[in-house]
Ligand binder design. Structure first.
Ligand SMILES: C[S@@+](CC[C@H](N)C(=O)[O-])C[C@H]1O[C@@H](n2cnc3c(N)ncnc32)[C@H](O)[C@@H]1O
Length: 261
């Protein structure tokens, strides 16, 4: 938002221009009603297959269905997902939906994400309304969601069976906070790497980010991401991840998955 202000002190006129980097500068809605980031000139997801793509890239890419089914119903534990870029909450809702369908009731899903440019509740609600299958998750999420710039927001759903923590900070600082505050205990089980395309938002794809994610991972931690950019592959390898390209979804030829060695 650009604001031009004119002050008049007697005969002296002073022009004042503020450039305010507000939420409205970042989330715009295209002709199809899809959210886009004007800051990064990139979309949050596609209309045709945004939901299917999220399920395919992140849930299937990390083998979540099989891993949830394999959890021992006679014991209790926590399955932790780390995400870079909370955005609309679509990936969180998809993981939660899969958790409800396949994980035993004795286990807890701990979803830990980060976000520097949070959407408002209204924007999240409008974005998630595009996916009727997620309507109940959208309602529960928006009933608790508040952005806390520079802080941490913890939410709990389904009597604590699903927990969501969002660190509202720049990716590197947020990964540091997760480490220092032990928000990802024992290393993540799975990582969703997002953050708009690397060409449009290189800050989300630096070696520091990959190393930070690796510090929050353990042997066998899996990851998935929609981008197969060479720099991302090499960066993840340098951080100790084994990476492989697999078939993509829709128009995307390939995606990247792998695990920590
Ligand atoms: C493609 S969107 C993520 C989509 C999300 N996973 C979802 O389910 O909707 C990428 C997100 O990364 C966030 N982001 C961009 N740069 C960032 C930074 N430097 N630190 C933290 N978050 C950032 C953006 O605000 C945006 O919400």
């Amino acid at each position: 938002m650009k604001k031009l202000v004119l002050f008049i002190f007697g005969n002296v006129k002073v022009f004042f221009m503020t450039i305010k980097d507000t939420q409205q500068d970042r989330v715009v809605w295209d002709d199809e009603g899809l959210p886009r980031s004007s800051k990064f000139d990139d979309k949050y997801f596609c209309r045709d297959n945004g939901y299917e793509e999220a399920v395919y890239v992140n849930c299937e890419g990390n083998g979540l269905r099989e891993r949830f089914l394999a959890l021992d119903p006679l014991s209790a534990g926590t399955f932790t997902i780390l995400e870079t870029g909370f955005g609309t909450g679509l990936d969180f809702c998809c993981a939660w939906q899969m958790w409800e369908a396949y994980a035993p009731g004795t286990w807890t899903l701990d979803f830990v994400s980060l976000e520097l440019y949070p959407m408002t509740i209204e924007e999240i609600s409008r974005a998630l309304a595009l996916w009727p299958l997620l309507s109940s998750y959208k309602q529960e999420l928006t009933a608790q969601y508040t952005a806390v710039p520079g802080g941490i927001k913890k939410m709990s759903f389904k009597e604590g069976r699903v927990r969501l923590t969002i660190v509202f900070d720049d990716v590197l600082a947020a990964l540091g906070v997760m480490k220092d505050r032990q928000l990802v205990l024992d290393g993540a089980d799975a990582v969703f790497l997002d953050g708009f395309g690397p060409a449009k938002n290189p800050e989300m794809w630096t070696q520091g980010v990959f190393d930070g994610v690796a510090l929050l991972s353990r042997l066998g931690t899996t990851f998935s991401t929609f981008t197969v950019a060479g720099a991302v592959r090499r960066g993840l390898q340098a951080a100790g991840f084994e990476v492989k390209r697999i078939k993509g979804h829709g128009k995307k030829n390939q995606i990247l998955v792998g695990q920590k060695n």
